[in-house]
Design a protein around this ligand. Structure first.
Ligand code: NAD
Length: 490
């Protein structure tokens, strides 16, 4: 079986250790874990498996570099980020091949992720020199009020496996721009891309004579053992987490002991609403994008297709026709549209949701099974006649499955859209301005795409309401998460 095609130059320069104090090295005791290609199951690399002591060593480094880094002029921090952005874009193909190898997504999607991910570095390079304060006279005229911003301090960044460059740069960009040093704990399924980003930053810092410990990386299979003690360490001043709501809320409980500043980007259950007056061709195009990016393994993936009664049958049939024509396969093969899921457990979970739906009366219009052979694939699936109470509608699917639920009128559409504990992304298709405005006012979500199947942009605030999170990444708001406000009366 062919192995993922990684260039010898990339392999030669790929760090596989942990990064602390500006040096890549082994974890304590030399422990390692295997990173595998989900399309083949083949082991790609052995990576350092950090322990709690290694985590502390990384925080020693971030904490030791904090004063020097915050003293670096904003312009210099900006230029560093800009240089890292340019180096990543110049090597976009190499980064994309690494994402495809460890995460599975098709090369074209991986390349798009590299550009999207790098854009956070460019945007925050531009924002690093725009931290505003305020000076004004107190209303009583007795004194001046001087409000300024300063970096919150050393930050722990915990990221998920599904967008290994973008999830890292969305945190590293604003943290470094604000003047914070960081410890990054990437997901153990896909640590390599994040480690390569860290290596580019490490070498830029070294070339510019800037502090070595600004960025530190602790890959590990013992996330709880490494993260727990860091959350209890008073040198840590910030947690920025992206991942599931279950893990996020447990980290919030741990962070409460220190009253730690937290930003949480958590799970989603995005409704994709097709109103009676929608342009159906546009809705089908948007639905395919919103559902199948990264084989449905995205927090903003459309999870539930809520379609007006008059369109539901046609929408489901035509979506199934589209899905049936897509090519599922290894991400680096030509013409592949949909790659594998991250591992066998993910396939089992998706298959269980589909079986539960069919057991309760849903019909499979296309897909509905995992193909035989190596790799953790699942066939793009459309389910019709789904009831809004079924598990496939209530849970985050994280796979290429589109359940279609019919609704009778606009009130019911909005009610169904909001009938979830999540509130990350939502999509609405309509040709009526009134309906578009109602959807933007009444759907409980942090991001709403109107006649668009994609909402993410480095310059816009990304984040959720309800159990989808706290805080925002991207845009001006993303920098705020790494700054604190100080008021001086004088
Ligand atoms: P996950 O919650 O299992 O893991 C996320 C990170 O937390 C990983 O680095 C993991 O190692 C770490 N972790 C796991 N258990 C931990 C513990 N006990 N203590 C400390 N750290 C721990 O999520 P995942 O499977 O990697 O990613 C999928 C989830 O992430 C989905 O729910 C998805 O919606 C969500 N997600 C959200 C966003 C967003 O921006 N809102 C973006 C991408 C993914």
């Amino acid at each position: 079986m062919a192995a993922a095609p990684l260039s010898p130059a990339l392999v030669a320069h790929l760090p596989t250790g942990m990064l602390a104090g500006g040096h890549w090295g082994p974890a304590a005791g030399g422990r390692t874990f295997e990173v595998a290609d989900p399309a083949t199951g083949q082991v790609l690399f052995d990576v350092a498996d950090a322990s709690a002591d290694d985590g502390r060593r990384a925080l020693d480094s971030a904490s030791g570099a904090a004063a020097a880094w915050r003293a670096v002029a904003p312009r210099e921090r900006s230029e560093l980020l800009r240089a890292v952005y340019e180096r990543i874009v110049a090597r976009a193909d190499a980064f994309a091949s690494l994402i495809t190898a460890e995460c599975g997504k098709p090369l074209a999607e991986a390349r798009a992720e590299v550009l999207y991910g790098a854009d956070f570095l460019r945007w925050y390079a531009e924002q690093a020199v725009r931290t505003d304060g305020l000076v004004r006279t107190a209303p009583a005229g007795t004194n001046r009020q001087h409000v300024h911003r300063r970096p919150v301090g050393p930050a722990l960044l915990v990221t998920p496996w599904n967008f290994p460059i973008a999830m890292a740069t969305r945190k590293i960009g604003p943290a470094l721009a604000a003047g914070c040093t960081v410890v990054i704990k990437p997901a153990h399924a896909t640590p390599l891309t994040t480690m390569l980003v860290a290596e580019v930053i490490r070498s830029e810092l070294a070339d510019r004579g800037l502090p070595a410990g600004v960025v530190n990386v602790v890959p590990t299979t013992s996330a709880g053992d490494v993260v727990g003690p860091l959350l209890a360490d008073e040198r840590l001043r910030k947690l920025s987490f992206t991942g599931s709501t279950a893990v996020g809320s447990s980290l919030l409980r741990q962070a409460a002991d220190q009253v730690l500043n937290c930003s949480m980007e958590l799970g989603g259950n995005a409704p994709f609403v097709v109103f009676a007056d929608a342009d159906l061709d546009a809705a089908l195009e948007g639905a395919t994008v919103a559902k199948l990016r990264n084989a449905g393994q995205s927090c903003v993936a459309a999870n539930r297709f809520l379609v007006h009664d008059s369109l539901a049958r046609e929408f489901a049939r035509r979506l199934a026709d589209r899905f049936a024509r897509l090519r599922v396969g290894r991400g680096w093969d030509d013409g592949v549209d949909v790659g594998p899921l991250i591992d066998a457990r993910a396939v089992e979970k998706v298959d269980a949701l589909v079986s539960d739906a069919t057991d309760h009366g849903a019909q499979v219009l296309t897909g509905g099974s995992a193909p035989d052979g190596p790799g953790s694939f699942y066939t793009p699936t459309v389910l019709a006649g789904v009831d809004a109470g079924q598990r496939v509608v209530r849970e985050e699917i994280f796979g290429p499955v589109a359940p279609v639920v019919a609704f009778a009128d606009d009130d019911e559409a909005i009610e169904l859209a909001n009938d979830t504990e999540y509130g990350l992304a939502a999509y609405a298709y309509t040709t009526s301005l009134d309906r578009a405005l109602r959807a933007s006012d009444e759907i409980e979500a942090g991001m709403i795409g109107i006649n668009r199947g994609m909402v993410s942009d480095a310059s816009a605030p990304f984040g959720g309401v309800k159990q989808s999170g706290l805080g925002r990444e991207g845009g001006e708001a993303g920098l705020e998460e790494y700054l604190e406000t100080v008021y001086v009366a004088l």
